[in-house]
Design a protein around this ligand. Structure first.
Ligand SMILES: C[S@@+](CC[C@H](N)C(=O)[O-])C[C@H]1O[C@@H](n2cnc3c(N)ncnc32)[C@H](O)[C@@H]1O
Length: 174
């Protein structure tokens, strides 16, 4: 995801690594942590390591290591897709993930907190029967340990669950 973190150039291919606490904040909101999850934009593997710690069996890939999520198949069968997608391709990543998970599957994407506001994305949120939960991170993500500036954006986890019924719910992660 593209970030404006004062004093730093935008990284090539949006290689922003998600701090562990951000992935840990997602865990209580998932339908299960006992399954195979595909992290398809794994970068340096920070989120992969956090997902493994949570208990998932993680299949990791990245375009940099030869697997384009938008064009190529998964490394192995999986039930869920969880990632921090490159900002410019976030919509495509969500659509692709929703099209790939099995009928009991789920998808979680870390996005800017207002990503669901756009009318053009209503099919992914307000009008999606499988959009199940938004988990607002009440603390801003500091993308670089040595950053001198304050982070500029708020983020949330967005969860789509194919076994979900009813309206989506809202939660706040400390
Ligand atoms: C924001 S980083 C996320 C890194 C990791 N998920 C994390 O949170 O620590 C985005 C990653 O997406 C990868 N990427 C960009 N386009 C991709 C594509 N089409 N298919 C797979 N990976 C892609 C980049 O190489 C980069 O590693």
């Amino acid at each position: 995801m593209s970030q404006r973190d004062s004093g730093y150039e935008r990284k090539e291919r949006d290689l922003y690594e998600t701090p562990e606490w951000v992935t840990m904040a997602l865990a209580p909101h998932l339908p299960t942590t006992d399954c195979v999850v595909w992290e398809p934009a794994a970068g340096g593997g920070k989120m992969v390591r956090a997902l493994s710690k949570i208990g998932f069996d993680v299949a990791a890939s990245d375009i940099e290591t030869g697997r384009d999520f938008l064009a190529q198949p998964a490394p192995k069968p999986f039930r869920a897709v969880i990632t921090n997608p490159p900002y410019e391709l976030a919509t495509e990543f969500i659509q692709r993930a929703l099209g790939l998970v099995p009928c009991n599957g789920f998808v979680a994407m870390l996005l800017r907190t207002d990503f669901d506001h756009a009318k053009t994305r209503a099919n992914l949120f307000a009008n999606s029967p499988v959009f199940s939960k938004k988990v607002v991170l009440t603390k801003r993500i500091k993308w670089f340990e040595d950053s001198k500036g304050q982070p500029s954006f708020n983020h949330a986890w967005f969860i789509w669950n194919f076994e979900h019924e009813g309206a989506p719910t809202l939660a706040y992660a400390p």
